[in-house]
Design a protein around this ligand. Sequence first.
Ligand code: PSU
Ligand code: MN
Length: 316
Amino acid sequence: MTDFALSYGDHVTRARRDGRPVVALESTIISHGLPHPDNLRVAREIEQTVRDNGAVPATIGMIGGKIVVGLDDAQIEHLALAGDVAKLSVRDLAIAAARRADGATTVAATSAIAAAAGIGVFATGGLGGVHREANLTFDESADLTALARTPIVVVCAGVKSILDVGATLERLETLGVSVAGYATRRFPGFFITDGGFDVDWQLDSPEQVADFIRARRDQEVSDGALVLANPLPADEQLDPALHDRTLASGLAKLAEEGVTGKAVTPFLLAHFHSSTEGQSLAVNVRIILRNAALAARIAAAENAGTAVPVGFAVPA
Ligand code: PSU
Ligand code: MN
């Protein structure tokens, strides 16, 4: 009989044994969010950035029906380059396991798995959220409801500007998800620095975010996530005029081709990457690497205040 319990990559098992900080990473951005073959290179760069900033990366995905916390390089390569990788939200995990599928996990699924594995910090690009015209389509990412019940810090550049940013912020409030800007009170729009909305709170350092984690744990009141919005510096964003044009043509093409459901986000991202001739891709990669670096520094700060399990030494 198959054991469907979470499995751990060797590097993650070692890190946990030694009490070292770990950062969770998702695999949907690799398999569905970035074009081949750049996606494999970027997946490796994300992991290296986490290491360079003092933490151990745990890229999460499903291989042959097993959830793996800490995919190895060959497994990452497989999810990046195989054509038939499923996009897995939380509700898909057990079905995909029953079918012994290979799958990439979204923000929703990655957060839930990371929290179940005892990992408190997760880096991604941008969250899913409320789609434009969701009043007609009901298309709202399961990322939002998953974060409402998952105690994790998600470092992201806000929500993709392809979504309804204001409606997404309203839903995060309703759902009880904590939201703070990193060194800013403006909520970013992923490719663009300023998504057009204020947030109520700002956190200014990895240590302050680590205190959020401790406070939530000590208070034992909320099990919700913190969305930590880390904007790109304005001089690194996608040109806002180019952004608006590309978004308009992408939304028109979406309607023309009748794309719906979980294909919407990958479709729009691919449209951006092809019609900006690599500009949006470069921006997307910058976003992810900056978030990975910050997440690693938060995990390290949180870990610095946590006793190492008795009997284990932290390697030099
Ligand atoms: N952000 C990106 N690229 C992506 C995604 C987010 O920069 O590919 C993925 C994440 O995995 C997120 C998912 O959880 O898109 C949301 O998909 P949907 O809108 O179908 O819930
Ligand atoms: Mn959707």
